[in-house]
Design a protein around this ligand. Sequence first.
Ligand SMILES: Cc1ncc(COP(=O)(O)O)c(C=O)c1O
Length: 498
Amino acid sequence: MNQLILSDWLLRHLTQHAFPSRMPNHRRVYEAIRRAITEQVLPSGSRLPSTRNLATDLNVSRNTILAAFDQLLDEGYVAAKTGSGTYVVYKQTDDFVKNLTVNAPLESTSTHGLSKRGLAASESPESQLNSHEVQPFTPGEDDYSRFPIALWRRLLSRHWRALNPALLDSSHDGGYLPLRKSIADYLRVSRAVNLTLDQVIITSGTQQSIDLCARLLSDHNDCAWVENPCYWSARRVLEVNGLKLHPVNVDNEGMAPTTYDFRIKPRLIYTTPSHQYPKGVVMSYGRRRLILDYAQNSNAWVIEDDYDSEFRFEGRPISSLQGMDQHGRVIYLGTFSKVMYPGIRLGYMVVPPQLVSAFKNGLYELQRPGQVMIQAALADFIQEGHFASHIRRLRQTYGERRRLLQLALKPIASVGARLSMVDSGLHLVVEFDQAIDDVAVAQTASNIGLRVYPLSNYGFGENCEKGLIIGYAYAATEKITHYGKLLAEVIQTTLKTN
Ligand SMILES: Cc1ncc(COP(=O)(O)O)c(C=O)c1O
């Protein structure tokens, strides 16, 4: 643990705990450290800070710390290693843990004291697999090595040198104006979004945009229609905001509501019409009209997540749903995570005119947006034409990777697996028959260093679709055929034995 955090923890304990008034200082310090150890703030194996540093941080003499350490040593909580420091060696025994379980209220042991909302927010579908390590085919990972770092550094330092104090402030009016203007121009031309500059609001990515929509446009227990299967993180953030999710199946024309679905009136409709996540289908014109008309008639808001439309490898770009909306029911969301890098945490929303002021105020009050310096560098990146040429380069690279991977995976057709041939995005989907355990297939692939996600993690209910989501943006072009063949073998072997 970081020394300052530990010192803060100890100081808090020393000031808040009601020690007997005559207890000497070294005994208090000993008690505080012992508690840090038994409560696993300092787990077994952690190194204690040096006595000198700790004495300074806790504002006591070094002798006080030495005496406390001596007692911890005597009682076996810590051990000294010559020349390397003092380490925690104390381990909780099973009995101790069992006692805790018996005495503590049920909730605090099973949930670590988290609220229901906190539990929902902290559950991760990927925890079913064995690591979070990035491997070839990890969906959602881009090839950061393609990012023009030297150029980006130059643009950033240009603004740091000019040091305009306004760029150090948090952002008050929906974001840095020149960036909003660049985004507005880009969306008008490339995505046929219908907008004025005022409607563009910068956020820290799609995740935050969806969160803001949920908080500002819905109340607890309202219904949200989501696609089935659905982008995991959208689902998560809507649920955590107290919305009841109603999954609507996706067919080859996108979200496909039935008469049954139409009876379950939503407040929000979350959809990915340009490239359904994860299956990749494009919503047809008819479905777009249907969703927009239904939203208008039932007073619902449509959240259009247009997360990767920059990566369309063939054919004409697909226009946004927002561009067809005549009643101001669509909130359009975009992100810089895919084209720039995910850690940039910048995205944008285009909100209908009647919501502009509420969203700007809501964003400021709830989330205090900032990063204006980075917004300024990004505005330059777009205005000077780097954004367009970077997209062109990425499209070429990712398009080639996609083609090679599709070729390498062709043999899986022999065991009945179906490979999506959609020509956009950064991942492919392989579909299996219902009986196949896709989590097990993903685990087998992960065991040989190929991380793919099971499609069923994104579905709802018992009978969710089975398959794999395979990202190809991260794997190096010269290795992708090799990795693709390995993955094809895993799929063929596991499907044959099923
Ligand atoms: C469907 C979808 N929407 C949005 C995003 C990007 O989200 P963010 O802008 O929060 O990084 C992703 C990233 O993988 C995605 O798959």
